[in-house]
Design a protein around this ligand. Sequence first.
Ligand code: G4P
Ligand code: NA
Ligand code: NA
Length: 190
Amino acid sequence: MEALKKRILEEGVVASDQVLKLDGLLNHQVDPVLTMQMGKEFAERFRDENITRVVTVESSGIAVAFATAYELGVPLVFARRKKTLLADPDALSERVPSFTKGIVTDIMLSRQFIHENDRVLFIDDIIANGDAARGMVKIIQRSGAHLVGFGVVVEKCFQAGARTIREQGIRIESLVRIASLSDGTVQFAE
Ligand code: G4P
Ligand code: NA
Ligand code: NA
């Protein structure tokens, strides 16, 4: 997605060889027009899949997941993050470490909002090591719903997350793929 690459070059801040700060467009501020374009792009790529529900994890995935759900005309459900998880027989949960925050959290999705006959599209902002994403994939699979695919705005190809998910046979669509952040420079893949 060329418009997104341009914005990343303009506004992304290479914080280290591993981390690209995208506060101006994903993680702090959101551009509604650009975000709706991202949603349209994901919706087009998954249009023929009869998606019934879009799922993400709070918080940074919500805006683009909303845009995608809006374009597909289906509900958006976002998994909640909990520091302490009260035993809830109705909730599906997974414990995941967070790469940027250095803490462990539980992500939780109520069975009320995901059903066996759902065809689910999972949307997220960035994939790095993929801990959060793998947790979300497990939750979707345990719900009995069919995971149609995973749409991610930024795939960091030099970290293992996306590869480990593709190896499970899950379709991933990335809007932008980043090959390297070495020397303070964003290098796109392909
Ligand atoms: P993930 O790949 O499945 O997201 O899991 P990982 O454990 O690798 O990353 C955990 C968190 O760190 C995610 O945010 C992810 O978006 C964020 N992250 C990883 N690499 C980068 C990066 O280069 N730049 C930025 N801006 N974020 C990065 P999160 O914990 O889910 O928090 P939130 O943003 O949704 O609140
Ligand atoms: Na996220
Ligand atoms: Na994030």
